[in-house]
Design a protein around this ligand. Structure first.
Ligand code: 173
Length: 503
């Protein structure tokens, strides 16, 4: 029986501070999590650290606000607590944290930020180390992660001149919905790791700048919180991780449709989460390695970082035959996110999908997966040849994500047949470094870049960005130089060992 009307004292809660009886406080409410300890996707250890205490600060960035109420039976919701009687959890400000705060205070003013790369450099400097590791990490040797942007370097322009480019317009429609730019904010998990408002930064900026946000399944804010923050009529898409329990999936999908979501992007490139070693190393440093390397009672190996643990609900059994079922439960346009070759794009078309996102999940899944922009070229060629399609195409839309940092990257994708591209990390870095003003600046930079580059290639609108304006003949040439950035310097055990021995 739920007893939410009860008000407990902090002293009473504090008595339940063990594995045998473990109560925690989240947002002023008390929960008995004793029986849940071994089921917690992030492991029991982190909960036990807050046994009898207020866990809100630790809970917030990783969980949507309703995670605890939906996962715990009502009889485990013990009531409210008078927060004045709760002993404050001591926040120890380490030297490292103090140094980080100094770096935040010394950030360059936004007026000095000239492009999206700049946000990444600042974010690396000012974000909490764990948050930076989580956002920036990619699979294995991070080769695909680099290739995603490098692939754009192999496409060159063939501009047209003398076209009266007084007025240029880069607005478009995506799945029939208006967008001020041929790009959308793609889904990225755990938005509060970078800023307390998390994904709401993206929702508000999308409204202000007339672009579309794709809401992630694994947001830090709850789905409804994000929908409620939207302006009336604001268009949003939804990214779906398919749960092993199809009833849950059905409930999520139908709720999204009811709330007005205009496109369902089903992620198909993550039957298992990739190994992001930069992220994993953080977890090892933070916890006792002997403890985290043990599998939990549910068999989930918690040595692989929090992301892997919380993704254990994703169904690796998803296959082509499920698509019919999706069509039977929703009328939203269905798009497969994470297609990586023309054969699968063709199958998606034949299965009645509204489109595909050519994506390798920001290089976070299969290392040595090719870039989305490269895959776009073969998809356009083969769908033209085998199904007589031309692109961009209203009925079957192609999207690309990964490595987009400049309006010229977007223009290249549009020239090659994409309706729009997804941008993920740059926006996380923008708001993690500068909050909402960072998002404004990022979108303003993109608008400015569009205006100038549309003029310079001689395209007055999106329709005039045609395949003849680019030379992508080298796109399939892969050069895999040993990267000179952070691979052996910051994401390698050798560095930590060296650091330790010199410390
Ligand atoms: O790329 C990711 O980090 C991601 O998609 C994810 C999936 C499951 C849990 C957390 C993040």
């Amino acid at each position: 029986m739920a007893s939410t009307g009860r008000t407990l004292s902090g002293k009473e809660v504090a008595k339940h501070n063990s594995r045998e009886s473990c109560w925690i406080i989240v947002h002023g409410k008390v929960y008995d999590v004793t029986d849940f300890l071994d089921d917690h996707p992030g492991g029991s250890k982190i909960i036990l650290k807050y046994a009898g205490k207020d866990a809100t600060r630790e809970y917030d960035p990783i969980h949507p606000p309703d995670a605890i109420t939906t996962n715990l039976k009502p009889d485990k919701h013990l009531g409210s607590v008078d927060l004045n009687t709760v002993e404050k959890v001591e926040v120890i400000v380490t030297d490292e944290e103090r140094a980080r705060q100094d770096r935040v205070a010394a950030r360059p003013p936004l007026s000095e930020i000239l492009n999206l790369h700049d946000f990444e450099a600042i974010a690396k400097d000012v974000m909490h180390e764990k948050s930076w590791a989580y956002y920036s990490s990619a699979a294995d040797d991070e080769i695909t992660n680099r290739e995603n942007h490098a692939a754009f370097h192999r496409i060159w322009f063939r501009p047209r001149i003398l076209r009266n480019v007084n007025k240029v317009d880069w607005s478009t429609t995506i799945l029939g919905q208006k967008s001020k730019m041929p790009l959308y904010i793609t889904a990225t998990a755990l938005g509060k790791l970078g800023h307390p408002d998390g994904e709401l930064n993206l929702t508000r900026a999308a409204a202000k700048h007339g672009i579309i946000q794709m809401i992630p399944t694994l947001a830090s804010c709850s789905f409804d919180e994000i929908m409620d923050a939207a302006e009336p009529g604001q268009v949003q898409f939804f990214q779906l991780y398919v749960n092993k329990d199809r009833e849950i999936t059905k409930r999520i999908v139908q709720h999204a449709e009811k709330r007005g979501i205009k496109g369902l992007f089903i992620t198909v490139d993550a039957p298992q989460l990739g190994r992001r070693e930069k992220d994993m190393r953080q977890k090892f440093e933070a916890e006792d390695p002997s403890e985290v390397s043990k599998a939990g009672a549910d068999g989930v190996d918690r040595s692989q970082g929090a992301a892997r643990a919380i993704s254990s609900f994703i169904d690796p059994g998803l296959d082509w035959s499920d698509l019919k079922w999706f069509k039977s439960i929703t009328k939203m346009p269905l798009i497969l996110k994470g297609v990586q070759c023309w054969e699968d794009a063709l199958e998606a078309y034949d299965s009645g999908m509204a489109g595909v996102v050519l994506s390798n999940h920001g290089g976070r899944q299969l290392d040595f997966a090719r870039s989305g922009i490269e895959v776009l070229v073969e998809v356009v060629t083969n769908l033209k040849e085998k199904r007589g399609l031309s692109f961009p195409n209203e009925k079957f839309q192609l999207f690309v994500d990964g490595g987009v940092r400049r309006a010229t990257d977007v223009i290249k994708a549009v020239a090659l047949g994409a309706t729009a591209v997804g941008v993920g990390r740059p926006f996380l870095y923008a708001y993690s470094s500068y909050g909402p003003e960072g998002m404004d600046k990022a979108l303003q930079i993109l608008h400015d870049e569009f205006e100038m580059n549309m003029r310079l290639i001689g395209a007055r609108n999106i329709k005039e960005i045609v395949p003849e304006m680019v030379d992508a003949s080298n796109i399939h040439l892969h050069m895999v130089a040993v990267p000179s950035d952070n691979l052996y310097e910051s994401n390698c055990i050798a560095r930590s060992l060296t650091a330790v021995s010199y410390a």
